[in-house]
Write a protein that binds this ligand. Structure first.
Ligand code: FMN
Ligand code: SF4
Length: 453
């Protein structure tokens, strides 16, 4: 069967020859026409369209966007803010940066429609510090839009006005977590807040109701307002609607971004047909499907259970190749679609070294507020690091697992899970490699693969 074709909604114009990120170019392609029509409608109708569309957040958790908007406290009398999460901190994810670089006006149009629908008059784009070029592009695009009466007071001849501000973070993974981000935006250390009571929809930025959405999610809003929620919900698969951008990195012939209808491409089609398969002479060993915090999948392993198809429950028995790339299927087999970052590892990879790398990252990025996360992430790093350097102790495999098991579920924010899941899943699936380390010391690498220093 031929590989499914990409369905480009967000990336529709992204690779057009001569396409640039200026307003004139965007307007030539019909840009801001959807906003022009949207501001003539009732805001509640637009919220209904997003609810009908079934759009799920593309930032990580896959929470339904329309539901999030209806949870906003509209009775407090306080202003409602929109915070655009452009932190893109999850390793393996690189789509938001590309949208911002290539098509910033698509994002600004999505932001303005979202703000109009939710009666928001101030939106903040929180962009990570390592994206200085992205911040510059956004500032320029907002200035162009303001000059064209698309952002600012009384847009498009209406009484409605909204300002967009760009805020640069200093570069920390935890600033991607929505409440840590809000603290940082307020000028403080990005310590995530405890929920309850600090659900952003009620007590967010400056203790006001706040909507936090990812860059890609907000771009989808523009297309939903354009085609209608019903039509959008027919793209993709039930409960996994629309398209999503998959960022493929690692050991494939053609890494990159690919936009597919959600659930209409399997992992095997994506890696073998779309990305050209493994590198010459290699075979696939493992894949992390949704950014480095998602649980790893092992090629050769089977994933079995029952799933809902229409009104029926049917058996599934999948190898990694058979897994549809959607939120529910990946959750069913114990991992997640997360941020859409697909990290591929072939048979040249030592899973102990790969985990050592991941653990070093999470230990560096823990904000330090909760003891299990602060100490646990450091211990996981220390143990994997001594394994990699040939100093493992016989008990280290079990110790590593025990540390990870004591983090997840015991912390203020979901970073606890994000740092524990890689260790738990690597040990569960590649336990033999971890057991072999104490005796084998440092494993000799296959030909041509550099040693980790
Ligand atoms: C540790 C951690 C890091 C996160 N990093 C990001 C990020 O870089 N970008 C992002 O959009 N969401 C990130 N999220 C998810 C956000 O907290 C939030 O759910 C998301 O921005 C909501 O947008 P969405 O509903 O449009 O997906 C992170 C979550 C956690 C727990
Ligand atoms: S889980 Fe980790 S990152 Fe989150 S608040 Fe606690 S210490 Fe900070």
């Amino acid at each position: 069967m031929p590989a499914p074709q990409q369905h480009r909604l967000i990336f529709r114009h992204i690779d057009e020859p001569g396409y640039s990120n200026d307003l004139a170019c965007y307007v030539r392609n019909g840009g801001y026409e959807v906003l022009r029509k949207a501001v003539q409608r009732k805001p509640e109708e637009l919220i209904d369209e997003v609810k009908k569309s079934g759009l799920r957040g593309r930032g990580g958790a896959g929470f339904p966007c329309g539901v999030k908007w209806t949870l906003v406290d509209r009775k407090s009398g306080k202003p409602i803010y929109l915070v655009v999460n452009a932190d893109e901190s999850e390793p393996g994810t690189f789509k938001d940066r590309y949208i911002i670089h290539q098509d910033p006006h698509q994002l600004i149009e999505g932001i303005m429609i979202t703000c109009f629908a939710n009666k928001v008059e101030r939106a903040f784009i929180y962009i990570r510090g390592e994206f200085p070029e992205g911040a510059r592009i956004l500032e320029k695009a907002i200035a162009e839009a303001r000059a064209a009466n698309l952002v600012g007071p009384g847009i498009l001849g209406t009484a409605y006005g909204c300002e967009i501000f760009v805020h640069r973070g200093a570069g920390a993974y935890i600033c991607g977590e929505e409440t840590g981000l809000i603290e940082s935006l307020e000028g403080k250390r990005p310590y995530p807040r405890i929920k309850p009571p600090y659900f952003p929809a009620v007590l967010g930025l400056y203790q006001c109701p706040t909507i936090v959405n990812n860059v890609e999610t907000l771009c989808h809003v523009k297309h939903i307002a354009d085609m209608g929620g019903e039509a959008y919900s027919k793209i993709g698969t039930p409960n996994n609607t629309g398209t999503r951008i998959l960022c493929v990195s690692g050991h494939v012939q053609r890494p990159g971004f690919y936009e597919f209808e959600v659930g209409k491409v399997t992992m095997g089609q994506l890696l073998n047909e779309v990305c050209g398969g493994p590198l010459p002479g290699r075979t696939f060993k493992a894949v992390i499907p949704g950014g480095s915090s998602a649980k790893v999948l092992k090629f050769g392993e089977r994933y079995k259970g029952k799933r809902k198809v229409g009104a029926d429950m049917v058996d599934y028995d999948w190898g990694v190749d058979d897994i549809p790339m959607d939120f529910d299927s990946l959750a069913m087999i114990g991992s997640m679609g997360g941020s859409g970052g697909v990290i591929v590892m072939d048979d040249s990879v030592s899973m102990v070294e790969a985990l050592g790398n991941i653990n070093a990252f999470y230990s560096h990025e823990s904000c330090g507020q909760c003891t299990p996360c602060r100490e646990g992430s450091l211990w996981m790093k220390k143990i994997t690091s001594r394994m990699v350097h040939g100093d493992a102790r016989p008990e280290d495999g079990a110790l590593l697992k025990s540390v990870a098991d004591q983090i997840a579920g015991r912390t203020i924010c979901a970073f606890g899970e994000a740092c524990a899941w890689p260790t738990q899943s690597f040990i569960a699936k590649f336990g033999d490699e971890f057991k072999a380390y104490p005796e084998a010391k440092k494993q000799p690498k296959p030909d041509g693969v550099p040693e980790l220093v």
